[in-house]
Structures are given as C-alpha cells and as structure tokens.
Write a protein that binds this ligand. Structure first.
Ligand code: SAJ
Length: 436
C-alpha cells in the first residue's frame, strides 16, 4: 500500500489524511469545496484542531499530500463525508454524500484496492448500500475490492492524539475484507485493532453514543420525577453513584452536539417497533429545553424580565454550537417575551450579539447557566450579582454548589432544588416583594 485517497476533508478526513502522509504514504485528499482545496494546497488548514496545522503544512511542503476536487487512482480509498439526519419521520441517516463519494471513486478503483467507509452510518449500510454500488461496476467485493466500515471514535480537540492511541474497530464485508482493512490502520494506530463484520462495526459505533444518550435521559427523567416529589435529584445522583456499579449521568438542559443527538436515530430507523428505550430517550432529552424554560417561567412570571444566559455551546469548554440545546432555550425564552442577553467566552460569532459578563448582568433578573465552561466556575458571583435587579442564579449544568452561596443574598437554583413545592414558595415570595 503506497497511496491513499481520502474523500471528504473535514474534521475526520483531514486529520486521517495527514496521519497517513506522516506515516510515509502518498495522499490525495478530495473535497467538493473548491475553496477548501485551494486553502489546503497553500498549506493552510480550514479547521481548528490542535497539532493538525503544523503537520499538514509539513506534509504539503514535502509533497506527501495534495488536495483535489477529483479522486485519483490509489491503493486505498477512505470515505469520511457527513451523514446528517434526514427530515423524515425517523430522522434517518441521509446517505446522499456517502453514495456520491462512492460513485466518485468508481472510475479510479482497480482490482486489489481497499475501500473504507469511516462516516457514521446506519447498521447494514455497508452491505446494502455501498457494496452494491461497487459491484454495479463489475467488481466482486471480497475478491476484487476489499470493503470495510471503520468508524471514527475520536474527540474533537484531541483528534491527532486519539487517532493513534484509541482502539479501532475494523468491520469487513467478508473476512478477507477485514484483514485487508486492518493492515491499513496498522500503519499508524497504536491502540488495539478490533476485527469484526461491517454491520457489527456500524452498530457498535452507534451504540457507544446511544448508551450515553440513554443514560443522560435517565438522569433527566430522574430530575423531573424528583422535582415532582420534592427530592433533590443532584443529591440522589451523588449518593447513588457511591455504589461501585452505578454511574448515573448528570441531568442538564438537553443533549447537543453532532453525535449523541444524531446517532441514535440511525438505529431507530432500522427497527422503530423495537427501539423503544432509545426513541424515548431521544424524546426525553429533547424535552429538556422546554422543561428548563417552564422552570424559568415559574421563577420569573413577568414575561419582560431580563435573563442573562451564560454559555450557549452544546457542552463546556468548546465553541461548538451544533444542536446546542442552549440556543433552543434562548429562542423559546425570546418567543415568550423575555429580554434575553447572551454571554459566552468561547464563541466568536458576532451575529449572536454576545456581550461581556459584566454588561450582561446589569439590571438582570436571572443568570441562567446553560454550558459548563470552566470560566463560570471561578466567578465572584457575590460581586457580579450586585449589578442585578434580582440576585438569582439558575445553574442547569450543576457547576456551582449551594454552599458557595450560604450566608449571601444570592438565590441559587439548580436542577436539584426547583421542585414544584420549592418554586411555589419562591414565587409567592417574589410576587409579595413585587407588591411592596
Ligand atoms: N451531557 C449531559 N449529561 C452528561 C453528559 C453529557 O447532559 O452526563 C450532554 C452534554 O452537555 C452535551 C451532550 O450531552 O450536550 C453530548 O456531550 P458528550 O460529551 O457526551 O459527547 P460528544 O458528543 O461531545 O462526544 C461523543 C463521545 N462519545 C461518547 O462519550 C460515547 C466521543 O467519544 C465520540 O468521539 C463522539 O461523541 C463521536 O464523534 O461520536
């Protein structure tokens, strides 16, 4: 194996292409976006990922990697294109990019080549969708062409490191396909290479993220039940997790990002009558933004109150806004008439009108924490809340503690202490204060 052709130069394809070049292979990276190809051929990268830029530039200078809008003949073809949700009933896996990427390599593949799909796909897609496209060209998969699904499982921010260190699932359409694909990853993977079938590989990848989604849903459901029964759910999570075999996840304002909020639907679409817990978990996690807003409404019955949102990303310490439940909460609050201002030290977007922390809290009625950025953990809230109309903090990410506010005039709420009883008492006090 000397030459690798990578289709799709995004968050996964570009680091993967760079990794093969660093390992001494000749690489051609293909992307439909001409601008991206031009940028890359100048030695610059269009995505932010630690360690990627320098390595890529070096490989371009050494002519080990080149970007192009069309594929070239190679020994290995790697497909790393997006697979979004479709707009249909099940939010099923949209394979249009995987299909067109496969079509695009047909004129360039030859006997003995290996084709690998890294994109996240619904179970059985490699067998039922990709294989027929290749065989339609007269090749026999398993004899002429070796086809496998090798899902990516790396964490943005640590991709260059995790591509090498993580264990890698390699699932071939036939045993020979698995063996041939495994050899490709042995070039740079230091983790274990886990050999299996393509459909087992597809399902394993999806279940990793589904496992997490279902567990978060359980925590979110627990919170709703506890708030009805006047029990602190965060205390329940903390105490139950003292058991050696229990790991209840953390309740929050919802589940975002490009994986947990997307992948479970690819399982549901294949067996909707059976995927009950998975579907219900999606529903539960999707209900959290409305739930958070309903609690804000109880705390701030006056619909023109000012709400200062701290953190709009889908999780802490990232600038990633994809599927962010925080943005959904902001939208619903605005629709209801609240005066919502946004503060997020990680996001650069100017269209969102982000403002700094101090400005955000002036005359505010609530600080609403929606992302667990480290910056929010060490703020002197006693000082900050002085500028507020009501010194009320609602922390939906459980980053602050009740003890932090003992003896202060700050009213501190989190998902654990907003039971129906608590809030009834709380609002009656607020209304009384307003009458005076
Ligand atoms: N969240 C909670 N409660 C928790 C944990 C997370 O509400 O206890 C929320 C987060 O705030 C966020 C969402 O869930 O909105 C997802 O965050 P995450 O950190 O669980 O996951 P991702 O999407 O950033 O990354 C996941 C990872 N998968 C697993 O941990 C099984 C990562 O390893 C994968 O590489 C990535 O998906 C992927 O590409 O599949």
């Amino acid at each position: 194996m000397n030459k690798v052709c990578v289709i799709g130069l995004g968050y996964i394809g570009l680091p993967t292409a760079t990794m093969f070049a660093l390992s001494g292979k000749d690489v051609v990276g293909v992307d439909v976006n001409k601008k991206v190809v031009e940028t890359l051929n100048r030695g610059e990268v269009h995505i932010e990922e630690p360690g990627l830029g320098e390595s890529f530039k070096k490989m371009v200078n050494e002519k080990k990697i080149v970007a192009s809008t069309t594929p070239e003949e190679a020994d290995v073809f790697i497909i790393a294109v997006p697979t979004p949700n479709k707009d249909d009933q099940y939010k099923s896996c949209d394979l249009k990019y995987v299909e067109s990427a496969t079509q695009s390599i047909l004129p360039y593949i030859k006997k003995g080549d290996v084709v690998i799909v890294e994109s996240t796909i619904a179970p059985t897609t490699t067998d039922e969708v990709v294989k027929p496209i290749i065989e339609g060209e007269g090749f026999k998969v398993g004899q002429d062409i070796f086809l496998a699904h090798c899902p990516e499982r790396v964490l943005p921010g640590k991709i260059m490191e995790e591509l090498v260190e993580n264990n890698r699932i390699v699932g071939g359409v036939t045993e020979k396909c698995t063996e041939e694909a495994a050899k490709i990853y042995e070039v740079f993977v230091k983790g274990e290479i886990l050999k299996t079938t393509s459909k087992t590989a597809e399902m394993s990848k999806l279940m990793e993220n589904t496992f997490r989604d279902v567990n978060i849903a359980l925590a979110n459901e627990l919170t709703k039940i506890c708030n009805k029964l006047d029990i602190n759910s965060l205390d329940v999570v903390r105490l139950a997790n003292k058991h050696p075999r229990v790991n209840i996840h953390t309740p929050g304002p919802g589940v975002g990002g490009h994986c947990l909020a997307v992948d479970p639907y690819f399982i549901i679409e294949k067996a909707p009558e059976l995927a009950k817990i998975i579907a219900l978990s999606r529903e539960t996690n999707n209900s959290m933004p409305e739930y958070v807003v309903s609690k804000v409404e109880k705390m701030l019955p006056k619909k023109d109150s000012k709400v200062s949102v701290f953190g709009i990303t889908y999780k802490g310490n990232t600038d990633d806004l994809r599927e962010s439940p925080a943005l959904e909460i902001v939208e619903i609050l605005k629709e209801k008439g609240y005066n919502v201002v946004l503060h997020d030290p990680h996001v650069k977007d100017t269209e969102l009108n982000l403002i700094d922390r101090k400005e955000a809290v002036v005359d505010s009625d609530m600080i609403l924490i929606l992302a667990d950025h480290n910056e929010f953990k060490d703020i002197d809230y006693k000082e900050l809340t002085k500028e507020m109309n009501t010194p009320l903090i609602f922390d939906t990410k459980a980053i602050l503690k009740d003890e932090d506010f003992e003896g202060s005039n700050i009213i501190f709420k989190n998902l654990g202490n907003i039971s129906d009883d608590e809030l009834q008492y709380f609002t009656s006090k607020l209304v009384a204060a307003d009458r005076n």
